[in-house]
Design a protein around this ligand. Structure first.
Ligand code: ADP
Length: 367
């Protein structure tokens, strides 16, 4: 296993599309790093750069401290698992697993030993004589994983490996894969557009948007301290509510103004004066809003109530807030007897606001 470094990498495709901008990231030896972002943000490009299927226009790429920019893929000691599995259809599972080792001209004894290792690791014992078409999607995925693992690469690259599985199987295989990655302690770069997959599989998660690294942090830090509004709205489902806001000060107390509505804020005066009347974005996660029967809180009209069994997602429209999308989502426990068109009041947990400037950067205010 080995550590991986991207240093100030740019990638411009022939034709002029710049897919990656000044990208720096260090993956520790044995770390599982999940790379997540929306479609087209540059995830596959980053993976392919490391695999040697694309060349960087600028910057350094290294594996185990050795620069690999100019090495062909087969000399980089990486193994890739793709979403379409890419198993050889006419070969049995056993021959699919043996193939990468035969290509490396290992001895029969060594091949048998390494195949046995992955067969046990991934519980493939009963499948060895089957052809890929005789396997379920989940089994095919395990074999593809086995074929990448069997030669014990320095780095394991996975490109949305679960995306062809149905939702239920995906969650099951995700859990198995998480356990496998822990057990292997393999340096892994795992690419996905699914934030839940990234959060469950990554020791750390790197969030990418439009070819730029937005934040890299352990899952909990990413959720609790998003660096900017992009990360705040990308991580978490439903996403963080983001509202245009201003701080006002009257009678030595501070208020949060959301359109025509106000909520008391318990800010230190100096801080409130510092941000007074400036355009800010206030963010709050859906689980930190609760319903109240009182006269305080944010007045809103219910636009939809989604009952999911263990919780109800309440989508509301805030009164007196003129934005394109004055919708707020609250996550409420169990069944709530609330319907479209109802008037409600919501109280945010004042300690749970996030504050962002006009460029979307988290102000990290100590309130
Ligand atoms: P993701 O994996 O996050 O969906 P990609 O890395 O595939 O994103 O693509 C990033 C950007 O680079 C996109 O704008 C895409 O259109 C562009 N791109 C990807 N591959 C090529 C290519 N071979 N030639 C030109 N542009 C490409």
């Amino acid at each position: 296993m080995a550590h991986v470094d991207f240093e100030q990498v740019d990638k411009v495709y022939p034709g002029g599309t710049q897919a990656i901008f000044d990208f720096s990231l260090a993956i520790a030896d044995g770390e599982a790093l999940a790379l997540v972002g929306p479609s087209g943000c540059g995830k596959s490009t980053l993976l392919r750069l490391l695999a040697g299927l694309e060349t960087a226009t600028q910057g350094h790429l290294s594996i185990g401290g050795h620069r690999v920019n100019d090495l062909p893929p087969q000399q980089r000691d990486v193994a890739m698992v793709f979403q379409d599995y890419a198993l050889y259809p006419h070969m049995t599972v056993r021959r699919n697993l043996e193939f990468p080792l035969k290509m490396r001209k290992l001895s029969q004894a060594e091949i048998a030993r390494q195949v046995q290792w992955v067969v046990e690791l991934l519980s493939l014992g009963g499948l060895l004589d089957r052809l890929p078409r005789q396997l379920s999607g989940g089994q095919r995925q395990r074999v593809a994983m086995g074929r990448a693992l069997v030669r014990k690469p320095a780095v394991f690259l996975m490109d949305e490996p679960l995306s062809n599985l149905d939702a239920r199987l995906r969650v099951q295989i995700r859990a198995e894969l998480g356990e496998l990655l822990d057990r292997l302690g393999a340096t892994t770069l795992y690419v996905t557009h699914d934030q839940a997959e990234a959060m469950t599989l990554g020791d750390r998660v790197a969030v990418v948007d439009q070819g730029r690294l937005q934040q890299v942090a352990p899952p909990r830090e990413l959720y609790e301290h998003p660096a900017n509004t992009f990360v705040a709205s990308f991580i978490g489902n439903p996403p963080m509510n983001l509202l245009p806001a201003r701080i006002s000060v009257a009678d030595h107390s501070s208020q949060l103004r959301l359109g025509e509505q106000q909520l008391p804020l318990d800010w230190p005066m100096a801080l409130a004066e510092r941000w007074r009347d400036q355009p800010l974005t206030a963010g709050i996660r859906p689980e930190y809003l609760r319903l109240t029967n009182g006269e305080t809180g944010l007045a809103a009209t219910v636009s939809d109530a989604e009952y999911l069994g263990h919780e109800t997602l309440l989508h509301v429209r805030l009164a007196g807030l003129e934005t394109e999308n004055p919708l707020l989502t609250a996550r409420l426990p169990g069944l709530q007897m609330i319907h479209r068109g109802d008037s409600v009041r919501l109280i945010p947990d004042a300690a749970q606001w996030h504050w962002f400037d006009q460029n979307g950067a988290n102000l990290k205010l100590k309130t």
